[in-house]
Design a protein around this ligand. Structure first.
Ligand code: SF4
Length: 454
């Protein structure tokens, strides 16, 4: 599972042109996969000469990229569509909620078109129909790396779409289909273009990163004339040659993940794994139908840490799954004590329309689900703080995200953007955004480190 908070609408400066170019407003909600979909659509639009407007009033039509993962996201997406209709009137809907086309049309019958996720072509077809492009090939060029919604120094790199698993609480496979791995040559060329444009950190994302290449039987592809297998190890090894930070998200603890440890130990990819475990109790994991649920996760974590002592582990968990007993929940807390994960996120179980888990007996009241979530987060606080305390006095390399009058806000190898903590460099006023710096850690709290230039 890979839910993330909403992303803001994007804007790009409007250039002076002889004829007024067709102009599109774009609102993007949802997880990093939705962000990448939005980037592909924006890249196509800019390549065809469409301008992007920061306001509804300045746009000829509006594209709303939606999220349909949980009920709150559905409501937020429907609100965003309603606002765009009220403010502009011409709206095309895409993204995960679009796969539930009935809901969108039933709530907002005036939308011009509805497509599902990962549907750049269908969105462009709808845009062409309602707002034809101006033909101007000389001025409609876009940068090689396309249009991105992230800051210039980091970028998401989506390596596959869809998922072969059927976790009982999740409807992503119904929305996005089975696993389709991108050809490794395409992924590497995109990564190279991003690095050439100034990206210093690549965030590898998918629904199930460990499964990369399974659907194409690890087919051989080519990058710079070299054969490469469509396999996570080969991809990480090749990305490691680009000389930027490479961070892996949504990695399930399959045995093939062990093979990545030498690449982390050598510094080819970051010693960081975002592995959504979701629970620790065997019965609940079975009810959740989780991938790799039978793996001995604690043994695997111990072996990873022996190979890569500096490994940062992030995970997410669901509390109050249908039928979860107090004893099973406490087993999850005991797991946290033993696993000593660095970063933990928790969600109270939320019944998603269409998920098979909704039919399981023993649904828990919302207060219990939420009370367990809070208890889990409080339990983890001490562990996360203790993990950060081990860094006090050490010198770390950080990547600068922002600079203001209080110094620089940066991230270490253990901090993914937007979801983990920050390193506040109190004397980092002279640093530049996107620059690497060496800092000595002086203090920490539960999420963040405080440091001075080394
Ligand atoms: S692994 Fe499970 S939770 Fe993640 S996308 Fe696939 S079905 Fe959903």
């Amino acid at each position: 599972m890979s839910g993330r908070g909403p992303r803001a609408a994007v804007a790009e400066p409007v250039r002076a042109r002889k004829a007024k170019p067709p102009t599109v407003g774009f609102v993007s909600l949802g997880c990093p996969k939705a962000t990448v979909d939005a980037e592909h659509i924006l890249t196509r639009m800019r390549a065809e000469g469409y301008e992007i407007s920061p306001t509804y009033a300045g746009a000829d039509l509006v594209v709303v990229n939606t999220c349909g993962f949980i009920d709150a996201a559905v409501a937020e997406s429907l609100d965003a569509i309603g606002e765009a209709l009220a403010e502009n009137g011409k709206v095309i809907v895409t993204g995960c909620l679009g796969a539930k086309g009935d809901i969108v049309r039933a709530t907002h019958p005036k939308v011009l078109a509805v497509t599902g996720p990962h549907a750049a072509q269908e969105v462009m077809d709808a845009v062409h129909e309602h707002l034809p492009p101006l033909h101007d090939p000389f001025v409609d060029l876009v940068p090689e790396q396309g249009i991105r919604l992230t800051p210039e120094h980091y970028a998401y790199l989506k390596i596959s779409e869809g998922c072969n698993h059927r976790c009982s609480f999740c409807i992503i496979p119904a929305l996005r289909g089975d696993l389709v791995s991108r050809p490794i040559g395409d992924v590497m060329r995109e990564a190279e273009a991003l690095v050439n444009s100034g990206v210093r950190e690549l965030l590898v994302i998918s629904q199930d990163t460990s499964a990369y290449g399974v659907d194409v039987k690890y087919r051989t592809g080519f990058w710079e004339g070299r054969p490469l297998k469509t396999r996570l190890y080969d991809l990480c090894n090749a990305l490691g040659e680009l000389d930027v930070w490479v961070r892996l998200h949504y990695v399930y603890p399959y045995p093939n993940v062990d093979d990545l440890m030498p690449l982390m130990a050598e510094g080819k990819i970051l010693p960081y794994l975002d592995a959504p475990f979701q629970h620790a109790n065997a019965r609940i994991l079975k009810l959740m139908k989780r991938p790799a649920s039978s793996e001995k996760v604690l043994d695997r974590i111990a072996a990873w840490r022996r190979a890569v002592p500096d490994l940062t582990l992030r995970s997410t968990f669901i509390t109050g799954f249908p039928g979860e007993t107090e004893r099973e929940f406490c087993e999850l807390l005991d797991f946290l004590d033993e696993a000593r994960l660095d970063r933990v996120g928790a969600f109270a179980y939320s019944p998603v329309d269409g998920a098979t888990a909704n039919e399981l007996p023993g649904a828990l009241p919302e207060e219990v689900r939420e009370e367990r979530r809070l208890r889990l987060m409080q339990h983890q606080e001490d562990i996360s703080t203790q993990r950060l305390e081990t860094k006090i006095g050490r010198t770390l390399t950080v990547l600068v995200d922002d600079v203001d009058e209080d110094g620089a806000m940066a991230r270490s190898m253990g901090d993914a953007p937007e979801i983990d903590g920050l390193v506040y460099v109190t004397d980092g006023h002279e640093l530049a955004v996107g620059e690497f710096a060496e800092v000595t850690v002086t203090d920490c709290d539960v999420h963040d480190l405080y440091a001075q230039l080394a």
